[in-house]
Design a protein around this ligand. Structure first.
Ligand code: CP3
Length: 358
């Protein structure tokens, strides 16, 4: 095993991934994968057959812990992410949801009226999400300093999109109708969601999350002027509240299809930009301030290619990202159907990289 031979003795004190967030020069980037627990893994599918309800798998602390650890045991990534969903806090705000097989998230009835927005309640994570705190604490105990524990949340625009559309959407017609015909109503919802999500991030950090990723997955669907009005201010509202209490916890922001709004992302106040694969890593570096970290950005589809192809794409990314403040990842979640041995190869190859020679 080549595991961690390049890491200095100091590394036993803090997880390797956190050294990248602190700006240390490293011989290889730390590595984890968005959606690293999930359907591409046989152990996950077997467990899903036994527990078919997504809500149960993600809200029963024993199951959520077990699933979070499945990729950790299989691949020893440098980051272990809580198994949950961005929609998990919604019931605690008075909005029930379900995830239906082959259909995705369902929120019924969707939020379309002022009355419904006024009825959205502030989140009390201790009360409605005790299992999240429990799993994060247990993950820290389980992985020690061998990996960093990551928490995550949905950012207000993306969560509001689910609340208002009621499901995954290609056009975002309902939320845009509200945005462009009754903006103050939408702003009221976005503000409420931002305050609850800020509380939720702080709760995750308090319970052991060492890094937290904000998913504004669908903000890339906005024109830059609308991004500045509808997504960015609420990312900032979350980040400001979290940083006021936890200035040292690194925050990552991810947007899918971010090329058009990429230059605006640092304004959110996060420490690290998770770059999707539509932006070249060299271009990403040149468009971001030097002190900013980057994460990503291999096309998840590359894992359907040959081992040589996967390796070439990884090398392309790491060469362009450089030896500081880079967390190697995919440009979005790993896709269902990805051969598990290719995921394994991705992690093994990452662990063997040496930036001095590649
Ligand atoms: O990264 C991890 O391993 C943690 C797990 C994780 C899940 N959802 C588990 C999950 C994370 C980080 C999420 C975040 C999430 N959920 C996002 C942001 C990330 C992104 O993809 O942009 C979004 C938009 C959602 C909403 C959501 N939940 C979608 C679009 C789906 C997929 C629907 C489908 O069936 O394809 C879900 C369900 C979901 N969340 C699954 C998993 C593993 C698949 C359903 C299952 O396993 O039964």
């Amino acid at each position: 095993m080549t595991e961690s031979t390049e890491i200095s003795p100091k590394s036993t004190e803090i997880p390797y991934l956190l050294r990248a967030t602190r700006g240390e020069v490293l011989s290889r980037p730390p590595v984890w994968m968005m959606r690293q627990a999930g359907r591409y893994m046989k152990v996950y599918r077997d467990l899903r057959d036994k527990y078919p309800s997504f809500r149960e798998r993600s809200e029963n602390p024993e199951l959520s812990l077990e699933i979070s650890l499945q990729p950790y045991r299989a691949f020893q990534p440098d980051g272990v992410i809580l198994f949950s969903d961005i929609l998990t806090p919604l019931p605690g705000m008075g909005i029930p949801f379900d995830i239906v097989e082959s259909k995705g998230p369902v929120i019924d009835p969707p939020i379309r009226s002022l009355q419904q927005i006024e009825a959205v309640t502030p989140l009390n994570p201790e009360e409605s999400l005790p299992f999240v705190g429990q799993v994060l604490r247990e993950l820290r105990t389980e992985v020690g300093n061998k990996a960093a524990v990551l928490g995550f949340v949905g950012s207000p625009w993306t969560l509001a999109a689910y609340m208002i559309e009621g499901k995954t959407s290609k056009t975002y017609s309902n939320i845009k109708q509200m945005a462009f015909s009754e903006p103050e109503m939408l702003h009221q919802l976005l503000g409420k969601v931002a305050d609850s999500i800020a509380t939720y991030v702080k709760y995750q950090i308090k319970n052991g999350a060492q890094v937290v990723q904000l998913f504004d997955s669908w903000a890339g669907n906005l024109s830059p002027i609308d991004y500045e009005a509808l997504a960015l201010p609420y990312q900032q509202r979350v980040v400001e509240q979290v940083k006021a209490e936890y200035p040292d916890t690194p925050l990552i922001l991810y947007i899918s299809g971010s090329a058009g709004v990429f230059d605006l992302m640092p304004k959110s106040g996060v420490d690290i930009i998770s770059v999707d694969w539509t932006v070249d890593m060299k271009d990403a570096r040149s468009r971001l301030p030097e002190t900013m970290g980057v994460q990503g950005n291999v096309d998840p589809g590359a894992l359907f290619g040959s081992k040589d192809f996967i390796r070439d794409r990884m090398l392309d990314t790491v060469r362009k990202a450089g030896n500081k403040r880079h967390i190697l990842n995919l440009g979005h979640g790993i896709l269902p159907g990805t051969p598990e041995e290719n995921a394994q190869f991705f992690f093994e190859t990452a662990k063997q990289l040496d930036l001095a020679t590649c």
